[in-house]
Design a protein around this ligand. Structure first.
Ligand SMILES: [Zn+2]
Length: 365
């Protein structure tokens, strides 16, 4: 099923072209709306009816349920909940070229897919303005929308500036609050998927939405979700065990810090060069000096980086410590997993499983 992303894209492109052609025909034909949209639309409905005949899946009109997801985690969760996809739903990953959550901009085709889908799931937060903009053009009045950060409710956490971190304005924080500067804007951390517990909770929300959109397969979705949540819970237990056995309970990132939810799940403290995914890429001398001193003081055997990092800051930190012998390890934050990888067996669970030994090593457990 995962390998279908490309095909889905192609299919959507065909539909898009068909719609455009239809529109052009309608305009050009001087009012006579004759057959324009009829042919491709009818063909599509027919196909959907044959594949979904026994299950009566999809919306009441009998067409395929269209699900659009923003990032890889929500795409993969939905894929798990759909399982064998009894309703033959069409699942789309928007950021399928590996575009980063913080830099993604939808194409015109993406906008069209969002506007007409039945279920739209996106990460939420400051980097998802494109999604809110796209929703203004929504044409499906029955569309179900899940903003994951929003759906978390009280579980959402504010981006936290700990001592030593540079914020988006490029200056370090020394533990004092910034009320006197007049820019104490608390921002919710949008990296909600980097908590197995959030993942389990959010899968419950996606399941509910799917049951509403496709009630005829609700038992299947419920069973798939329960089985998946069990796996998430199992892995969560292993993370907890790693944290319980930790010799060092502090993570030191020579990088950005999207792992707030994960650290807080297991009561780990953390230091990092930047809070969240600050746009800053240059760490100041003070930041590097602070983190190197911390690395010596704790002491840590590893300096962490995230996927896609050039590791320069981490290397500079290591070189600035006394023994200069810390390992540089990478935790995958899944912020730029492409559809291609999703089709080659990479799953949310597989990435979190690969992160576990890295975390163990960092914790000395
Ligand atoms: Zn980020």
């Amino acid at each position: 099923m995962a390998g279908n992303i490309k095909k889905m894209k192609a299919a959507a492109a065909a539909v898009f072209t068909a719609v455009l052609t239809g529109m052009l025909t309608a305009c050009g034909a001087g009012g006579a709306a004759k057959t324009p949209a009829a042919s491709p639309a009818a063909a599509k409905t027919e196909a959907a009816q044959t594949t979904a005949a026994e299950t009566e899946a999809g919306s009441a009109s009998g067409r395929r349920l269209k699900i659009v997801t923003g990032m890889f985690p929500e795409y993969d969760w939905t894929r798990e909940i759909l399982g064998d996809n009894p309703g033959d739903a069409e699942l789309t990953l928007l950021m399928d070229s590996g575009a980063d959550l913080h830099s993604y901009q939808p194409t015109a085709e993406d906008m069209m897919r969002i506007a007409s889908c039945d279920l739209f799931i996106y990460t939420g937060g400051v980097s998802s303005q494109w999604a809110r903009d796209a929703l203004k053009g929504a044409v499906n009045p029955d569309m179900i929308v899940i903003d994951l950060l929003d759906a978390l409710g009280d579980r959402a956490k504010e981006e936290t500036l700990v001592e030593g971190m540079q914020d988006a304005h490029g200056h370090e924080h020394e533990g004092h609050d910034h009320e006197e500067d007049g820019h104490e804007e608390e921002e919710l951390d949008e990296h909600v998927w980097l908590s197995l517990r959030n993942a389990s909770f959010l899968c419950g929300m996606i399941e509910e939405a799917l049951e509403k959109a496709d009630p005829s397969n609700k038992e299947v979705y419920a069973a798939n979700t329960a089985a998946y949540q069990e796996k998430l819970g199992e892995l969560d237990k292993q993370y907890q065990e790693a944290a319980d056995a930790a010799k060092v309970r502090t993570l030191l990132f020579g990088d950005r810090f999207p792992f707030l939810y994960l650290a807080e799940d297991y009561g780990l403290s953390y230091y990092a060069a930047f809070s969240g995914c600050s746009a800053e890429t240059e760490a100041s001398f003070e930041t590097v000096a602070f983190l190197a001193a911390k690395a010596d003081e704790i002491p840590v055997s590893c300096v962490l980086t995230i996927d896609g990092s050039d590791k320069r800051i981490a290397e500079t930190i290591v070189r600035s410590t006394k023994n200069q012998d810390q390992k540089i390890l990478t935790l995958n934050s899944m912020q730029s997993i492409a559809g291609k990888q999703a089709g080659e067996g990479v799953t949310y669970l597989s990435v979190m499983e690969e992160n576990l030994p890295v975390l163990r090593e960092a914790l000395g457990s």
